[in-house]
Design a binder for this molecule. Structure first.
Ligand SMILES: Cc1cc2nc3c(=O)[nH]c(=O)nc-3n(C[C@H](O)[C@H](O)[C@H](O)COP(=O)(O)O)c2cc1C
Length: 379
């Protein structure tokens, strides 16, 4: 049976991932925040509600999906969003995903709280590497992280601003996941019953927040909190944004924006692109769907300003909806990790194919010969 017969959609890869992951890892990856996880449902409902009307008699549509975004040409208008502790979800995930991104010529976002250093991942991602910054409290730490990201070859800086407080993530709490992971009897049992994940983790070493640890050593707070990310974290404001803008001379993207007025101000402050996202319902359980805000933000910033969109994208049709509602680029987070955990690198390549095929097929239904045919807002 071919891959496409066994795993025609992301939901098939997701099922395979659930089988191969220990429960505490699954809960970390799959959960939102809030007892009812409304944010996940609202994002899904928002995407489902976007109306697209097929257009006929356009001949054979064989669209070129390549697109130039902030000075780099990508083969497809979608990519891999930054995921903290990616290497906990699947051993060596950061390097595996960065290599696949380079192969498919799609962006790869490395999180500040990844389990690999920028120096270990930048050269693997090459031109496809984006470095995601959770702004640290100490300006010297921020400057040094920016310097290291640049020296490691990352071409875009993504400043994430939608984590001003810890969310509760009740499912994660119930699963008793701590960062870094603390070994409990339940965890040992989970590891014994999921040998592929466990052997890979043994081979690649216990997942650690390596970059944050480099700086947490110098902080008094580090001795009282186990989580190195917490020891260095900042609570950014507009002055931090201005400083980051001055310190990074390449394209700067700000991630986690939902209000049109925030997007307009970021544009005025010299930010090169805004990433419309609600962290896929992991931070704040209520509020509108990310795709709903995307359309409003597009109206507010005008047709030429670069916008990225994510939160809840599960297939090529959702990517199409994101492009149609105002995005230049659409990112996915969990999906790549379902694919990697389910089938390894084969799963990631298969997901690139699924998304591409689904996008092209649905563009055909819309009579779109090119990505620009999909953008009513640009007309
Ligand atoms: C397990 C997990 C960890 C994440 N870690 C980060 C992170 O470290 N930095 C960040 O900017 N966003 C992080 N995000 C948010 C993603 O970058 C992205 O916005 C989101 O996953 C997109 O939604 P999707 O997973 O529905 O595709 C994380 C998301 C998940 C699911």
């Amino acid at each position: 049976m071919s891959l496409d017969t066994r795993y025609p959609a992301l939901s098939d890869l997701k099922r395979a991932a659930k089988r191969r992951l220990p429960h505490f890892v699954w809960e970390y990856l799959d959960s939102g925040t809030g007892d009812r996880e409304l944010g996940l449902k609202i994002n899904r409902a928002g995407l489902d509600a976007v109306p697209l009307v097929p257009s006929v008699l356009h001949g054979h549509c064989q669209p070129d999906l390549s697109t130039t975004f902030l000075g780099t040409t990508y083969a497809r208008p979608f990519g891999i969003a930054p995921i903290g502790m990616s290497g906990l979800i699947w051993p060596n995930a950061e390097r595996l995903l960065a290599a696949e991104a380079r192969r498919a010529r799609i962006p790869y976002g490395l999180s500040t709280v990844a389990t690999r250093l920028p120096e270990e991942v930048g050269p693997v991602a090459g031109e496809m590497g984006w470095f995601q910054l959770y702004p640290p409290a100490d300006p010297e730490t921020r400057r040094d992280m920016i310097r290291r990201a640049k020296a490691s070859g990352f071409v875009k800086l993504v400043m994430t601003v939608d984590v001003p407080a810890d969310s509760r993530r009740e499912r994660q709490r119930r699963a008793n996941l701590t960062i870094p992971p603390r070994i409990t009897p339940a965890m040992v049992w989970a590891m014994l019953t999921h040998p592929t994940w466990s052997l890979g983790t043994l081979r690649h070493g216990k997942p650690r927040l390596k970059l944050a640890e480099d700086y947490a050593k110098n902080h008094a707070a580090a001795s009282s909190v186990a989580h190195a990310g917490h020891a260095i974290r900042g609570y950014p404001d507009w002055d931090d944004l201005k400083a980051t803008r001055q310190e990074w001379d390449g394209p700067l993207i700000v991630k986690g924006i939902q209000r049109p007025e925030d997007a307009v101000r970021l544009k005025e402050e010299g930010v090169d692109a805004v990433w419309v996202s609600n962290h896929s319902g992991r931070q704040f359980e209520t509020g509108p769907a990310s795709v709903t805000q995307l359309a409003l933000i597009r109206q507010a910033v005008g047709p030429a300003y670069p916008l990225i969109f994510d939160s809840g994208v599960e297939g090529g049709l959702d990517i199409l909806k994101g492009l149609h509602q105002g995005a230049d680029f659409v990112m996915l987070g969990r999906a790549w990790h379902y694919a990697l955990a389910g089938l390894g690198v084969t799963g990631v390549r298969h997901l690139v194919d699924i998304l591409t095929d689904d996008l092209v097929t649905n563009m055909g239904m819309m009579g779109a010969h090119s990505l620009s045919d999909l953008r009513p807002w640009a007309a």
